[in-house]
Design a protein around this ligand. Sequence first.
Ligand code: ARG
Length: 574
Amino acid sequence: METLEELLNARLTAAFAAVVDGGADPVLRRSQHADFQADGALAAARKAKRNPREVAALVVEHARLDDLCETVEISGPGFINLTVSAGALGRLLAGMSAHDRLGIPAAVTPQTVVVDYSAPNVAKEMHVGHLRSTVIGDATVRTLEWLGHNVVKANHLGDWGTPFGMLIEHLLDIGEANAAEELSVGDLNGFYRAARAKFDADEAFQERSRRRVVALQGGDEETLRFWRMLVAESERYFMTVYDRLGVRLTDKDFFGESFYNDMLHPVVASLDELKLLKISDGARVVFPEGFVNRDGEPLPIIVQKRDGGFGYGTTDLAAIRYRTQELHADRIAYVVGLPQKQHFEMIFSAARSAGWLTASTRAEHVAFGSVLGTDGKILRSRAGDTIKLADLVDEAISRAAAAVAEKNPALSEAERDRVARLVGIGAIKYADLSNDRVKDYVFDWQRMLSFDGNTAPYLQYAHARIRSIFRRGAVSAPAGLTTIPVAEKAEHALALELLAFPAVVAVVADTLDFHKLTHYLFGLASAFTTFYEQCPVLKSEGEVRESRLALCDLTARVLCQGLDLLGITAPDQM
Ligand code: ARG
């Protein structure tokens, strides 16, 4: 199934090929002046030292666009303006409507994609950075899975390292049962802080902790048992947060740092064999090409510390090798905050030198900015602590419940609770995803829960309102139409928006810039609002009524599917 843009592109590409040597990109885009405009004649003419308007005229002459366009005009220095015909829109809309995947086929050659996301740290509260990773990662997983790819969800839990010495000693001090209790109710910060405080104040405790790290690394059975308990309790708590958020992560997706422990020695040995290891200050390091500090000295990845311990980077080298060589990943997406940009660049570079990352795998750092409070500073609780995600979700739901009750007092209590959950969680996710992800964004309850503007509640409400048209009219969506005639200007505009969905999803799957999808959905809802103001639906008759109902249905389906890719559920009623 070809999209409108693909069809126009193909026809114009053929025409350019007939007109200029070697052909040219038509440079097609949506336009203010017409439905689409193709600017390719300018660059093509410059290259061939010809007059751009003449090139454009020849392209128009050669292009077979009769079945797609109403008018094709040349404007300005040689832009080609295209207005799509009602007939073409009607046919394409009918095709999209008849397709249960809204014109987006599943991938013919599915890729194996590893998504490394969420990745909180054991015995530490998840912070808002982990929330962003979880939300963006979940949207990535949903989008790629929907497109038919084979997605491996890798929750790179911080479950190994020196802090476990003090954490285990603290666990022993307060007793296993108490520790389990504290962790399972989610008092991770309290537990961590108590351990840290003792470590900082008490030398004997410090010494015990150090010995404990050695025992842990040495594989001491009893120590491992305590460690496992800390990990299991934390995982259980993280799962409750994931369940509340409605993300796809399960307890099978924990591939924590410790998962790679057995691979660390072999990684070091391979790097040694490849002559990539250097000694620096007694540590074994790799100097990836092209990374220097402020003084121009090469920057190392510490592979093995002078005491024999491994680091965060070593684990990431082992992980990338495992993902390419064992999982055969075609693509690896690391959904991690912007501050780790250089870390990943260095890992990718070293992995390339080692031959563990080749041109057949696309490795990318899906970076994101910080979450700020309305005061413009890093978001913290009133007491100045990092915010507990579970509390954040609770607050979103209770605020949403109030907003929903005000909007629709007639909803039953059970319905309201269900809707409040979807709206509250949707609001948090949408606020995150609708911002350019590498930028910081301001966490603002008022804005994200508003029923006006570019928000989840607005889109969820737009969707429910369309569904209510069918309920009120006691009609179902027309099926089996061979065309969905559009006559009015507002219908025409809505049709173009609907038909743009496949191209938007393709761009988002490639760039993982989810704000492009939210922007699109918001534009679609706005086009629908204009249409609904100007074109009566239930009050119209015959073919017009059928076609308008079909437009309503298609809009609702696109909104619902688009939001679902973002991890947001659109209820039928709210
Ligand atoms: N646990 C780390 C943190 O909290 C994030 C891990 C990201 N993934 C990775 N492969 N390094 O900062």
